[in-house]
Design a binder for this molecule. Structure first.
Ligand code: ZN
Length: 161
């Protein structure tokens, strides 16, 4: 696809939100379908064509596809027109989007290594990366608690309580 070059107002997302998004892996849902995840990877290459850029890729199994690059001069190079919605959802709920990635994929949302044991699989982050980003574990615990409350209230209403 042709590359579309857009400034932040054309792209519709403040570049500061993208600049403040940590390197790592994110999961967002663009539809209400419970299984319809979009997986994103954010990275900042130290060398090569994308040096000093924020690179946003979509992940499809083992494959990564370049979707959008934020250049140091503030220009977004958009290769996938659908990426905007996913990026908006990612930057507006970063911590939970990371925790969800880890839980869905079973790999650490910060470094991408496979998670091999609980409770780290359900937290979505590995024990080493947790030292740098404890907020991921906290978000995962909070979300699991909210889900069990929903499950409990559904049970109660089924039992006529
Ligand atoms: Zn990790």
């Amino acid at each position: 696809m042709a590359i579309s070059r857009q400034n932040e107002s054309e792209f519709g997302i403040p570049r500061s939100l993208v600049d403040d998004t940590s390197d790592g892996y994110y999961a967002v849902k663009l539809t209400s379908d419970a299984t319809d995840w979009t997986f994103l990877r954010v990275s900042r290459p130290k060398y090569g064509e994308y040096k000093d850029c924020v690179k946003i890729q979509t992940q499809h199994g083992e494959q990564l596809r370049l979707a959008c690059v934020l250049r140091p001069d503030g220009i977004f190079e958009v290769r996938n027109g659908d990426i905007k919605r996913a990026v908006i959802m990612m930057v507006s709920d970063r911590t939970r989007a990371m925790a969800r990635y880890g839980r869905e994929i079973g790999h650490c949302c910060r470094c991408g290594k496979q998670l091999t044991n609980e409770p780290w699989i359900s937290y979505g982050i590995g024990i080493e990366c947790d030292k740098s980003m404890p907020e991921i574990r906290e978000a995962a615990i909070e979300e699991a608690e909210a889900e069990s409350l929903v499950a409990a209230s559904t049970c109660e209403s089924e039992n006529g309580m």
